[in-house]
Design a protein around this ligand. Structure first.
Ligand SMILES: NC(=O)C1=CN([C@@H]2O[C@H](COP(=O)(O)OP(=O)(O)OC[C@H]3O[C@@H](n4cnc5c(N)ncnc54)[C@H](O)[C@@H]3O)[C@@H](O)[C@H]2O)C=CC1
Ligand SMILES: O=C(O)C1=N[C@H](C(=O)O)C[C@H](O)C1
Length: 257
């Protein structure tokens, strides 16, 4: 089995895309194709053989598939020394630990997993984490196109966890809420004590509001992706950086600093 660490930088710029016929995959193929320093060498979707990626000599794989498919894909990449950039959702702490376990056996391999590659979305999450300790109330409303398979979104889940950690560190208890759910789900999902509401509507792409409240004031932090092109600068940044970052990197934050 060829290991990417035995390959030169030219091979590391050879990119394979998994989920290539999906909404994000198609956009990634276009972006990689248009980047002068990168070469699209494999475009794979469900039913295709992953060995296409190895045969094409891809040094980096980008995965935008489904939460059901991504773990097998990622394991396949790590075992073959292929760096991976992953946008697919569904990463629990348990899944991240599993990836860390695979990487422990392949110390030169890099994996970047980001719930959102939009630069504005990354900043929105950072701003929300910063604001969290100053407000007793917080709720998240994520809004997406109706063909999205999962709810709540990976971005909303990640944001909720960041906010919950910041609230715990600041010694904040649960947000005040005397409401009784008359209909199941009326108050949204509870992620680490943060309420998350998922809206699906035709015309939307990917949007999120974080609403904070305290005595006499509210703060709303909102991000909108109107086009999947918004994710591409972040994806290309990760493709270029992942070869220099062995191990697991979660989120784009470290790559933007
Ligand atoms: N991190 C980020 O910035 C973003 C993440 N996403 C996430 O990316 C994922 C994909 O989103 P979309 O492109 O909208 O979905 P999509 O449903 O349009 O595309 C998924 C594609 O993966 C293919 N696929 C399924 N199993 C496969 C396998 N085993 N091997 C190869 N291909 C396989 C499907 O046939 C489909 O073409 C979702 O989890 C979504 O939440 C979406 C947008 C941005
Ligand atoms: O499915 C999508 O479209 C998106 N998925 C990601 C998520 O679940 O957070 C990122 C973005 O919101 C678009």
């Amino acid at each position: 089995m060829t290991d990417v660490r035995e390959k030169g930088p030219a091979e590391a710029a050879r990119v394979g895309v998994l989920g290539a016929r999906g909404r994000m995959g198609m956009e990634v193929c276009k972006a990689v194709d248009g980047a002068p320093d990168l070469e699209l060498v494999a475009a794979v979707d469900q039913g295709d053989d992953l060995t296409e990626v190895a045969d094409a000599g891809a040094g980096v794989v980008v995965d935008f598939t489904t939460p059901d498919a991504v773990m097998d894909n990622l394991r396949w990449c790590v075992e073959r020394g292929v760096h991976a950039v992953v946008g697919t959702t569904g990463f629990t702490e348990q899944r991240l630990d599993q990836v860390r376990g695979w990487l422990a056996d392949r110390p030169g391999v890099g994996v970047v997993i980001a719930p959102n590659f939009g630069i504005g979305a990354v900043l929105m999450m950072q701003f929300a984490a910063r604001a969290a300790r100053h407000f007793e109330s917080v709720e998240i409303v994520e809004q997406h196109h109706p063909r999205k398979l999962d709810a709540p979104s990976g971005t909303a889940t990640h944001t909720a966890r960041l906010i919950a950690a910041a609230r715990a560190e600041a010694g904040l208890g649960p947000a005040p809420d005397a409401t009784r759910d008359e209909v199941a789900g009326a108050r949204g999902a509870d992620i680490d004590g943060v309420r998350v509401h998922a809206v699906r509507a035709t015309g939307l792409v990917a949007h999120q509001e974080v609403l904070f409240g305290t005595t006499g004031e509210t703060l709303t932090i909102r991000h909108d992706s109107y086009d999947r092109a918004s994710f591409m600068p972040g994806v290309l940044l990760a493709v270029r950086e992942v070869v220099r970052r062995p191990g697991l990197t979660v989120g784009l934050d470290a790559l933007l600093d």
